[in-house]
Design a protein around this ligand. Sequence first.
Ligand SMILES: [Zn+2]
Length: 375
Amino acid sequence: MPFNAYIGNSGAVRTVREMLRTGRVPGTLLFTGPDGVGKKTLALMLAKALNCGRLRDDFCGQCHRCCQVDAMVRAAREDLARRRELKASGQRIEGLVYFDVQLIEPMTRFILSEQVRELRRIAYTRPFDLLRRVLIVDQVQTIHWQAVDVLLKVLEEPPETTIFILISPNAAELRPTIRSRARRIVFSPVGAETILQLLEEKSALPKAERQQAARLAAGSVAKALTFDPAAYARQIRPWLDLLDSVAADWSGGVAAEEWKQLIESARALSERHDEFEDVLKIGYSLLRDLLLMVEGAEESAVSHVDLLPRLKRWSRRLSLAEIERLKDGLDEAYRLRTRNVNQQLGFEALGIEVMVQRRGNQEDSISGSGPAFGD
Ligand SMILES: [Zn+2]
């Protein structure tokens, strides 16, 4: 029953259950695929199934061992959260102890050398409480470069008592020597219909917002489940204003109101550092929809169906080159996101550049040599 509760990626579940049924679970598994599609969830389910006292190719979720796995993962998560809070880097790694089932995640931006050394230390010992030791390494591509060789050594001399589940969004980011030691299971984005069904069971959001969450999740169950309509409305607002102002009809010259809106939206886009990546992702999704409209794609292909009238208006007024310029601007903002640069000025300059570009095109079109714009 519990594996049946898993949403999407039925092929991955089938493969894992077949391994359990035949008793042929490889020493190292590599789960790859986009973030939020359930790689970690399936890894934790597999850890339970490998230890469940009642079932062979599944887990009951209720026996003593299943409960122990839950408790170990919970404790590992709490321990990591506590360590991340510590200011002194030496304290963060002090007294690191792993359980039989251990979820190992980046302590900082990296999985630190000490985390990998503790993994090596415990990998060759028998489990203390459970049948099988399962070490799950999430975001394995973030292992500090100094520690990659340590992990590699362990995988080259696989311990009999431990199963590794390595998780990474993109296998290409890993060293070929790590990839070649692991049996890979590839995960795909989950379909919007499946996500919608899940939200109907689990989400307290009203119907329209559930549909919006499913549409905008882009195949990520985790993203759909954590969708926050208020934050989303706050983050998309300045994009709508910015695109409205650069795509405004100002055949009679740019009004003061539009300048004000442009500057105000540039400020709003850049004011919350903690949300900046989310804000940029929304910008990308709007430009993607805009490109689809310009290319004459089906209306059902766009993510922001609620914005269709607006997307149509923008697509009539902005040329392909102008949309591409906006996308380049976003790439630049993304590239500089972790640096201390003034993103507001960047968005202002981008908006002005596209406005000037459009103005040039309009003048050309008046003299008959360029494309015609306007509603
Ligand atoms: Zn059980």
